[in-house]
Design a protein around this ligand. Structure first.
Ligand SMILES: C[S@@+](CC[C@H](N)C(=O)[O-])C[C@H]1O[C@@H](n2cnc3c(N)ncnc32)[C@H](O)[C@@H]1O
Length: 334
């Protein structure tokens, strides 16, 4: 579930870059939306092709510093918005959108920044806000009930020890503010058996997903993209954990021609428009890429190509993942 890390030069290593480029074909020109600009790894490559334009989004305002430099170089071909990609439909352009890319999760600079507190290796206040957030991980740990915490850890972290960990948090917080290192201690004391992954991975994943509303962001992003992408355009998603991949796989399978008779889509949705899976199975990094950048091993790339121009009704995806979306509502009182 972790993102893309290259320790040598402090730069984010864009995962599956070659594969993404070969799917979206920027060499032929056109307008592309990079929904997760980060350090600009994908955008910079696309802009190397003289007829290509990029509209980029990132919720983290630190990305704007990198984007500003790119804007100086590519004035008319690059635009950056410090917004969440769930607002992708707010862009004002008459261009045909040839490709929309999502490289989900967090960047190297974000995981390395102790003030964001995404990593269980850091010490200090719990935070996890990537930008444009309403509440932090500390607000969750401090204010939600044991039952609510359990639900979050169980469904967003797929953590087997959710109940015990939640109870211990509620007990511990009566005496002191729970900092990152305290949460790690609670998890380590609860999960005594050896695990291959760091014991804190799942709980930290769950908190990050909730703090950044990652479920609704992804569902809205995909749903809006499917009606924004032009005829023959491609939507490509690189995901890092099983919940993201499950949502993406389901959505792409449903809208693709592989399942013409969908249980979720009205039949007439397919009269004028269909999507085709670029590949049935997800594309994963090569051994060479994993050797260069170990965290890329959990990356999965899925993509669909659109044919047709009519709008499709995407209500089915909100229905399918209603339960995960409902969990976000727990935070309405924060
Ligand atoms: C894995 S990094 C992308 C790295 C980028 N492809 C590169 O090569 O530099 C993910 C980025 O997506 C951003 N992000 C995550 N969720 C977002 C959302 N809902 N809307 C906009 N940006 C988001 C994060 O702030 C982070 O910078």
């Amino acid at each position: 579930m972790s993102a893309t890390i290259v320790p040598e030069n402090n730069l984010h290593y864009p995962v599956l870059l070659k594969e993404v480029l070969s799917i979206i074909s920027p060499q032929n020109g056109g307008t592309f939306i990079d929904c997760t600009f980060g350090q600009g790894g994908y955008s910079k490559k696309i802009l190397q092709f003289p007829k290509a334009k990029v509209i980029a989004f990132d919720r983290d305002q630190r990305s704007k510093l990198i984007a500003d430099k790119l804007k100086k170089k590519f004035k008319d071909r690059f635009e950056f918005f410090n917004r969440k990609f769930s607002e992708i439909d707010n862009i004002k352009t008459s261009d045909q959108i040839k490709g929309i890319i999502f490289d989900l999760g967090f960047s190297y600079s974000q995981i390395k920044d102790p003030s964001i507190g995404l990593s269980f290796n850091h010490k200090g206040k719990l935070n996890m806000k990537m930008g444009l957030n309403k509440f932090s991980a500390q607000d969750i740990i401090k204010n939600l009930s044991a039952n609510e915490l359990e639900k979050i850890f169980k469904y967003y972290g797929e953590e087997k020890h959710s109940k015990m960990i939640s109870k211990k948090i509620v007990k511990e917080r009566k005496y002191k503010e729970i900092l990152t290192e305290d949460l790690v201690d609670i998890i380590n004391l609860t999960k005594k058996n050896y695990t291959k992954k760091n014991k804190s991975t799942k709980i930290f994943q769950a908190l990050r997903i909730l703090v950044n509303n990652e479920i609704s962001e992804l569902i809205l992003g995909l749903s809006k993209s499917s009606n924004l992408i032009s005829n023959n355009g491609v939507i490509a998603v690189v995901s890092f954990h099983s919940i993201e991949d499950k949502i993406c796989k389901f959505f792409f399978n449903e809208i693709s021609s592989l399942r013409k008779v969908s249980r979720y889509l009205p039949i007439n949705n397919f009269n004028d428009v269909s999507f085709n899976l670029i590949k049935k199975k997800p594309i994963t990094p090569s051994i060479t890429e994993i050797e260069k950048n170990a965290p890329s091993r959990s990356a999965k790339l899925r993509a669909v190509k659109r044919s047709g121009t009519n709008k499709i009704d995407t209500g089915f995806i909100f229905q399918k993942f209603k339960f995960l979306l409902e969990i976000e509502k727990i935070t309405s009182k924060l």
